[in-house]
Design a protein around this ligand. Structure first.
Ligand SMILES: Nc1nc2c(ncn2[C@@H]2O[C@H](COP(=O)(O)OP(=O)(O)O)[C@@H](O)[C@H]2O)c(=O)[nH]1
Ligand SMILES: [Mg+2]
Length: 364
């Protein structure tokens, strides 16, 4: 599961990526400098791990991770092959979700492709390119479906056509397809089209350092421009951060960050919401060897969750001793939690919840 970092050139995508991975990538002050997408595997911050590790006297902590892809700048006309157009669009097609970086910061030394950053217009430029690309994909499919129907109308084809047209109408109105509340069945029908705007979106506002890193949901602290953007993007997840400050902090120790009065919250918030956007949740295992976070898709049942650790755990699954991490910490440990009857025995149909601490019983 991965997230593609998308946006106009020079908005701070590579800077954000560098902050994420602490891995030096090619950052230069001109468009199209990033041609091949860079992939970075990033630790997901999780406060629960340290708390559990303390409780279990674990020798080590193993966080879970997600993958970010730094995709080079999209420009107006990309869907017509402008810039490095089609290549970029095909990179976007390969990611599971899109983090759209929007330049809000001011810096006259850094060229903006359209003269000056106008965040709302910039958002539309990118979204329109993605929408145009999807419309082209759908036009082909609608045409093919119609000609298939000429040689034999079936109910399935009619239903498919109806769904394709519904999505097309949405795009035509200028809205991304993820604005539609498609049923699971409708999503299944459109899956093989790999539509760009059907992927989940999140917006990263790259703000001036003085604006600080904040979650935009704390509206009272957000400046006017951000409120305006927030209204425009109602319904989508938005994170405001200063990519440059986050990248600078990536090279500092925790102590130095504290001394400078800075906070890493922006980047951590971004990683956390990206993880949620992918519909991923974490379950935990803890013991003297290690405390570890494991990633599963929301809705995964216990045996399949066990299978993430080891295929034998899934094949020979019997049951899972399960407790919420906070209950375990509050109880003061496994023994006390057992005495209090807080550890549940869950079977094959149990749907694992975020924050479950699990011990799998299995036989092979
Ligand atoms: N002032 C300021 N400059 C930034 C910020 N983020 C990135 N930049 C600068 O903007 C330029 C383009 O950034 P880059 O990450 O390469 O943009 P990309 O084309 O979107 O990948 C670089 O010179 C960065 O140092 C920021 O938050 N504030
Ligand atoms: Mg770049």
């Amino acid at each position: 599961m991965n997230i593609g970092i998308v946006g106009l050139p020079n908005v701070g995508k590579s800077t954000l990526f560098k902050a994420l991975t602490k891995k030096q990538v090619d950052i230069a002050n001109y468009p199209f400098c990033t041609i091949d997408p860079n992939v970075g595997v990033v630790k997901v911050p999780d406060e629960r791990l340290a708390r559990l590790a303390e409780l279990s006297h674990s020798a080590k902590i193993v966080p879970t991770s997600i993958e970010f892809v730094d995709i080079a700048g999209l420009v107006k006309g990309a869907s017509q092959g402008e810039g490095l157009g089609n290549k970029f669009l095909s990179h976007i097609r390969e990611v599971d979700a899109i983090a759209h970086v929007v330049r809000v910061f001011h810096d006259k030394n850094i060229i903006h492709v359209a003269g000056e950053p106008k965040p709302i217009e910039d958002i539309d430029v990118i979204n329109l390119e993605l929408i145009f690309a999807d419309m082209a994909t759908l036009e082909k499919r609608i045409g093919a479906t119609k000609s298939q129907m000429k040689s034999g109308k079936t109910r399935i084809l009619e239903e498919q056509l109806c769904i394709y047209e519904k999505v097309y109408t949405c795009l035509e109105s200028g809205a991304p397809a993820n604005r539609l509340d498609l049923s699971d069945e409708e999503k299944e029908t459109t899956r093989d089209l790999h539509l760009l705007t059907l992927k989940p979106f999140l917006y990263v506002l790259n703000v001036d350092e003085e604006m600080g890193s904040c979650s935009v949901s704390r509206r009272e602290s957000a400046p006017d421009l951000i409120s305006e953007i927030e209204q425009r993007l109602a319904g989508y997840t938005i994170v405001a951060l200063c990519a440059q400050a986050e990248a600078d902090m990536a090279d500092l120790s925790d102590e130095e960050v504290r001394e400078l009065g800075m906070k890493r919250t922006g980047l951590d918030t971004f990683i956390t919401v990206a993880y949620k956007l992918l519909d991923l949740i974490t379950f935990l295992t803890t013991g003297p060897d290690e405390t570890r976070a494991w990633t599963i898709r929301n809705g995964t049942k216990a045996p399949q969750a066990a299978g993430v650790i080891h295929t034998d755990f899934e094949k020979g699954f019997i049951r899972a001793e399960t407790i919420n991490w906070k209950d375990l910490v509050d109880a003061g440990g496994e023994v006390a939690a057992k005495e209090k009857g807080l550890i549940r025995l869950e079977g094959k149909e149990y749907i694992v919840r975020d924050g479950d601490v699990m011990v799998f019983r299995f036989s092979v």
